[in-house]
Design a protein around this ligand. Sequence first.
Ligand SMILES: Nc1ncnc2c1ncn2[C@@H]1O[C@H](COP(=O)(O)OP(=O)(O)OP(=O)(O)O)[C@@H](O)[C@H]1O
Ligand SMILES: [Mg+2]
Length: 337
Amino acid sequence: MLGRLDLGIDLGTANTLVYVKGKGIIVNEPSVIAINADNNEIVKVGIEAKRMIGKTPSFIQAIRPLKDGVIADYEVALAMLMYFISRAQESFSFFRPRVVIGVPVGVTEVESRALLRAGKEAGAKKVFLIEEPMATALGAGLSVEEPQGNMVVDIGGGTTEAAVISLGSIVTWTSIRVAGDEFDDAIIQYVREIYRVTIGVRTAERVKIEIGNVYSLKEFDELQTDVVGIELSTGLPKKLTLTGGEIREAIKPTAMQIVETVKTTLEKTPPELVADITEGGIVVAGGGSLLRGISELLSKETGIDVYSAEEPMTCVAKGAGMVLDKMDILARLKNIE
Ligand SMILES: Nc1ncnc2c1ncn2[C@@H]1O[C@H](COP(=O)(O)OP(=O)(O)OP(=O)(O)O)[C@@H](O)[C@H]1O
Ligand SMILES: [Mg+2]
């Protein structure tokens, strides 16, 4: 396809995705960039940079330029955005793209301007910002423009956002800086407290993905995996076997904070919309929604059915790309030309 190029970008704390209309997701990589501190040169971006976390010699830094869904390190975020946009452009077009970037609902003016500017500097012709729950809902195929309440809960790496949408706008929302990364931290703390062993963050994430769960089920109790950490008393490597039951104990309090966020949002929502949600259910998305038992827990605690978005990790980018065809929603988005 030559000619106009439209991109939807999910610049997440954990992962960056780029969606191209008609092509689908063309970039899906960790939001990590490795930089040589001696000369400020980019060493690696994405998956290869993530592999370096915790394993770099001192002159190389593996940086996650986004924190809690917004830019924490402007220069580095810009470099990463440029890299991903240029990759999308290389494959499809000589023209500068229109770009829609997903942002957390509570984003400040300063943060918005930084992102718009970064998008322009990265080579976009026009940049729009879309609130992530709206993008999630669009990407998940919900009918957001109807006078009808839809609830989406996006559990990402850095933030969880619960939002109710009706008539193409967000009616109520709550955001907390508790999501996937917080589960990893809880696992690290648990292993340190109970076994007096320190494990790395990448190991903790692996444990979460392999055996993490937040709902009491016998099959979850029986899961197990091995880790190697450093024993605090000796400073020597120590191998441990962790079970699903104990990891649930370690991360359940974190999951309950997410449950509370959803409840708070429902409490703020007008009754007619709550009635719609009770009827239609809650849609969960984001990488954190893949955690075993999280839908069951949410459903038990709210009394409302919970459904997983079809592609929970790609719907923000997809929804951001899709909004370019929705003129009335597009007209309301913050943008820069
Ligand atoms: N199978 C899985 N089980 C549990 N957690 C998972 C699984 N797969 C990925 N995750 C977690 O999902 C998180 C990343 O999700 P996602 O890509 O939606 O975040 P993000 O959009 O980059 O972050 P944010 O929206 O907070 O800016 C990470 O914490 C990762 O460990
Ligand atoms: Mg996200």
